[in-house]
Design a protein around this ligand. Structure first.
Ligand code: HAM
Length: 419
């Protein structure tokens, strides 16, 4: 039997309504904050991700789906969208048309991680990127939008964590301080953390190992070394969150798994989904546009995992959707009338009704059972004595009432169903 690739999922029709509901909330919130949708390719040159996310990150180092295409070019399925959005922004000189550009997106992303609850190899993100301003109000706007989306979904068990990673020079100085602190403990660290000590020392804060965590407990924190400008920036973000009534916590140990961040970083975690608890993450990246060959244009953004969000909604039972009913099921009462039933279905569908009928040559009883099973609001009975008299019967399935119409009085039948 052919099976789907590990870490990928099929989404069947019964799940689609909640995906569409999430998508509609995402679009309405982003539209209210004046973000415009952008769609970029699902694959890009590998170097784009290596240069933006960072060679030493887990994503680039061990999680990307990278392959040589037939012309020998190294291609990667996008593990996230920020790099692609920034590439598109630079390539098409979008900043020449207007200074501040606010984008949103949604779609599939790919990372070869170990699959578990809430973690997939093909997963879906929605997110936003604002390019062209260093205003801390935009950093806060990202967090507020995420919070609004989660609140509209009815999610409760949330924690907003924010931090500041400062500017690169602060971070480099701090890394030296951290190295000095860790050096005497180096031999006690796990081999993974030892590696990170050399390649990406900040990620030591992410270690899940008890012993590593114990060592990191007393480590100096970057937030204590921020310069005046970064501190003020961070302060303004906090003020904006307070005035928008978004509860948050400062987490000085929050280091994100991507290298492009400067100053503000944040995550929103849910207490309802187990260990893969980050529903979204993001932050400011003031050097990325330049790094990818564009001008000195600051940016800020975030992305959220849609599978995780829907899992949190399910676990919290945070919303229920009304099942969409079929408007009409057409039943042919006699052999030979299938064509009439079929043509009526086409006509009503073209008028905008959701209509179905039998395609399996089934008995009238079986057709009526099917009408019930699909929850049809009305059933049109084509055939019988009425039909020979030139009439057609419409049955209202909610109260059982039947009404006769002249069989070609299509408009009247339509308006009765439409209600
Ligand atoms: P990220 O933290 O790597 O950030 O991913 C954002 C969110 O995507 C995570 O919080 C999580 O909900 C979801 N996610 C990530 N990996 C998986 C996975 N394997 N399975 C299911 N969900 C997953 C970024 O991607 C940045 N581009 C965010 C950003 C935008 N920063 C600035 N702008």
């Amino acid at each position: 039997m052919m099976k789907a690739i590990t870490g990928t999922r099929d989404i069947f029709p019964d799940e689609i309504p909640k995906w569409n509901y999430l998508q509609s909330i995402v679009e309405s919130v982003f539209t209210n904050y004046n973000y415009k949708e952008i769609r970029t390719p699902i694959f890009e040159l590998t170097t784009l991700f290596a240069r933006s996310i960072g060679e030493a990150t887990d994503i680039v180092g061990k999680e990307m789906y990278t392959f040589l295409d037939r012309s020998g070019e190294s291609i990667t399925l996008r593990p996230e969208m920020t790099a692609g959005v920034v590439r598109a922004f630079i390539e098409h000189s979008i900043d020449k048309k207007q200074n501040l550009n606010k984008f949103f997106y949604s779609g599939p992303m790919f990372r070869q991680e170990r699959p578990q609850a809430g973690r997939f190899r093909q997963f879906h993100q929605f997110g936003a990127e604002a390019l062209g301003s260093n205003d801390p109000l935009l950093d806060a706007e990202m967090i507020i939008m995420a919070y609004d989306i989660f609140s509209l979904l009815g999610l409760k068990n949330l924690l907003v964590k924010i931090n500041s990673l400062g500017i690169p020079s602060t971070r480099e100085n701090y890394k030296n301080t951290l190295r000095k602190y860790i050096k005497p403990h180096l031999e006690k660290l796990t081999s993974e953390s030892k590696k990170r000590f050399h390649t990406n020392i900040l990620r030591l804060f992410d270690s899940k190992e008890k012993n590593d965590q114990k060592i990191m407990e007393n480590a100096p924190l970057l937030i204590e070394y921020l310069d005046e400008e970064s501190l003020q920036h961070f302060e303004k973000v906090k003020q904006a969150l307070l005035s928008a009534r978004v509860p948050f916590e400062i987490d000085a140990r929050l280091v994100r798994g991507l290298d492009y961040y400067t100053d503000t970083t944040f995550e929103v975690v849910s207490g309802s989904v187990g260990s893969q608890s980050a529903l979204c993450g993001g932050g400011r990246y003031n050097l990325l546009v330049k790094e990818l060959g564009g001008g000195e244009i600051p940016g800020v953004g975030f992305a959220a995992g849609m599978e995780r969000i829907l899992l949190a909604c399910e676990n919290e039972n945070s919303f229920t959707l009304e099942e969409k009913k079929l408007d009409l099921f057409i039943v042919a009462l006699e052999k030979g009338l299938e064509k009439v039933a079929y043509q009526s279905a086409v006509n009503f569908r073209r008028k905008g009704l959701a209509v179905d009928l039998d395609y399996q040559n089934r008995s009238v009883k079986a057709q009526m059972r099917e009408a019930n099973r699909v929850n049809a609001r009305f059933v049109l009975l084509v055939g019988g004595d009425e039909f020979t008299k030139g009439e057609i019967v419409l049955k209202n399935m909610s109260n059982g009432e039947q009404q006769s119409f002249a069989k070609d009085d299509f408009e009247k039948i339509f308006s009765t169903i439409k209600g």
